[in-house]
Ligand binder design. Structure first.
Ligand code: DON
Length: 303
């Protein structure tokens, strides 16, 4: 299969889909990004890297970061994490408040915002520096020592982060935060503001396609933990559109409101698509379409 030609086709076909979405503007700094941009990269477990379009352009990874925080927390904590966060799809928007109160401050899953705040809280307790630990990991796995956050995006989100503050304070009131709310929120907005390219993210995610083995051959996760993260990505990684994403793409995936989507092809590699214009659920319209076309044309889905 000519994978480069396939990615070039997907990039050439993206424009009408990008035009159907809308760039996230609830974080004002994200609203400035050109909605027409599109990139796609594929990193394979045997060390090849393919890409097309804006695949080397850095973008705000936002909630794609949560797949990596989950991996780091599970690597440190194992199963004890699940006392503080569930692993069921929420069926609600990623920043919804309502379910958290019904469920007594235990977020439905680690990928909605409340659940991601729990991951950061745990990583802070484990390491003293959640953002620093994650950034070092992403630099090592992507092979890009320049991976860093965009302070303007972090400040913009911090200034408009009332919902996340509400989620964090509610969890603290239920006794489900170990660190001060302000500290957790600070690491959260800076983590979401990390900028990486499709190429960086595809390479960084390879441990998920490789049964938990890192780029240097060391083990981050057991085979079973890597399987479980992929399962949670499939069922919860694209929020209240996770069913539709599984139906269309058929791969574990994790999206972010910067327009990035990471998708895992077990034992083959990792795809990352980026296009900033989003659907109503916060997933990239052209990104989902390209991943749908990729798995349809290659037959490489988990189903
Ligand atoms: O907390 C927020 O709303 C953003 N920093 C991240 C949201 C996000 O990417 C969720 N995604 N689809």
């Amino acid at each position: 299969m000519d994978l480069q030609a396939l990615l070039d086709d997907l990039a050439a076909e993206a424009a009408p889909f990008a035009a159907q979405g809308k760039v996230a503007d609830y974080i004002p700094a994200l609203a400035a990004v050109d909605p027409a941009r599109f990139g796609i990269a594929l990193a394979t477990v045997d060390g090849q890297l393919f890409g097309s379009g804006d695949w080397r352009a850095p973008f705000s990874i936002q909630s794609v970061s949560k797949a990596f925080s989950l991996a780091l927390v599970l690597a440190g904590d194992g199963e004890t994490l699940w006392k503080r966060v569930g692993r069921e799809p929420s069926g609600n928007p990623f920043n919804s408040l309502v379910q958290l109160e019904y469920e007594k401050g235990i977020p439905r899953n680690p990928f909605i915002n409340a659940g991601a705040l729990i991951l950061i809280d745990r990583l802070l307790s484990q390491t003293g520096d959640s953002l620093g630990t994650l950034r070092a990991f992403l630099r090592a796995e992507s092979g890009n020592p320049a991976v860093d956050l965009d302070p303007e995006v972090a400040a913009s989100e911090a200034a408009h982060g009332h919902r996340n503050a509400a989620l964090a304070h509610f969890m603290a009131s239920c006794g489900n935060l170990e660190n001060p709310v302000e500290r957790v929120l600070d690491h959260y907005v800076r983590q979401c503001a990390l900028t990486m390219s499709c190429a960086d993210l595809a390479k960084a995610g390879l441990f998920l396609a490789n049964h938990g083995l890192r780029a240097d051959g060391s083990r981050l996760l057991t085979r079973s933990e890597a399987k479980r993260i992929n399962a949670i990505m499939l069922t919860c990684g694209t929020y209240d559109a996770a069913g539709d994403f599984a139906y269309r793409v058929g791969l574990p995936g994790k999206s972010g409101v910067g327009g990035g989507i990471l998708a895992v092809l077990p034992e083959r590699g990792v795809l990352c698509a980026w296009s900033p214009a989003l659907d109503l659920h916060g997933n990239s319209v052209a990104g989902v379409e390209a991943l749908d076309r990729f798995t349809t044309r290659t037959g490489w889905s988990v189903f």
